[in-house]
Design a protein around this ligand. Sequence first.
Ligand code: ADP
Length: 357
Amino acid sequence: MDLTQEQVMSALKTVNDPELFKDIVALNMVKEVRVDGRKVWVHVELTTPACPLKDVIKKDVEEALKKIGAEQVDLELSAKTRGAAIARNSNLLPQVKNVIAVGAGKGGVGKSTVSVNLAVGLARSGAQVGLMDGDIYGPSMPTMLGLRGVPARARGPKIMPHNVHGIHAITIGSLVEQDKPLIWRGPMAHGAFKQLFADNTDWPELDYLVVDLPPGTGDVPLTLCQLLPLTGAVVVATPQQVALDDAIRAARMFLQLETPVLGVVENMSYFVAPDGTEHDIFGRGGAERAAQSLGLPFLGSIPMFTELRINSDAGNPHANFTGNPKLSAALESMVRNLAGQVSLRNLSTPTPELTVS
Ligand code: ADP
């Protein structure tokens, strides 16, 4: 017997997005269904190109349709990053779907390293990504992106982000003299950040804009968080107790500002020697336990890898994803987990109507 649209839709309602814990019809991910006898063609739109579980969704759709007697299932998977409804109350950066701040309780824990690799990793998955270096105290992006000495470009009165490594990047390091410290206080930082990063920068349409915040919980990171229409924040911590206390303070700062914490990343979890042996230096797992105790998602651990430091100093972030498989696996897992958390946050965003033919 031929299948009907209704049977197909009912079968698709049994397929859950394993991460978002709702069925793909309720999530408006089923965009189009065509039925021809026992042949079914379905278009499913994922909530992010970095969807961690696309293979699971594909398998589950095929199984659900085979169960009702489909002889041939053609599944088209596409992705459209959803934007944050909460953040869009702001008229700042309207062309950006998700602004994600990366913060840390203190400097030197790898906040900029995580920001760069999140941005490049999301772009590698197919998303349009921007990176904003807001760390006025120690802008390290020019080095990490290989932009040292490369001046910012302008189009009319607007600054153009650098187009590097598949992302659009603005770094304060290309706008000021590299070796001179910037001394900014809250009110001044507010005006300067607004001008530099929002009003006067020609950002293209972006799925994600990753913002590397200044470290700590002082008035400059606080100002930047209040200014930007954030989808949420990522907290980077190293696992030892003294660093965790600072990380917990950073997480509390975001929560007080009503900025959702998308998750915690444990950096420098342990050291992987060139011979592959693992050495626990700072007390591996500490940040994961701290995330659990605060009820925050854990996005993953990044061990200490000599290659990561070398690739960062050389301004070559793609090498982190193509060289050492343990390093690339750790970074890719962090990227997927973040994309999943962003999708979860954006579930409330209205999506277009389903077309059935
Ligand atoms: P922050 O932004 O928190 O001040 P950075 O990202 O600039 O910290 O990192 C500080 C230094 O540590 C950099 O030289 C960076 O390359 C290095 N680094 C960070 N994370 C790792 C890691 N997991 N393995 C090896 N080196 C790292």
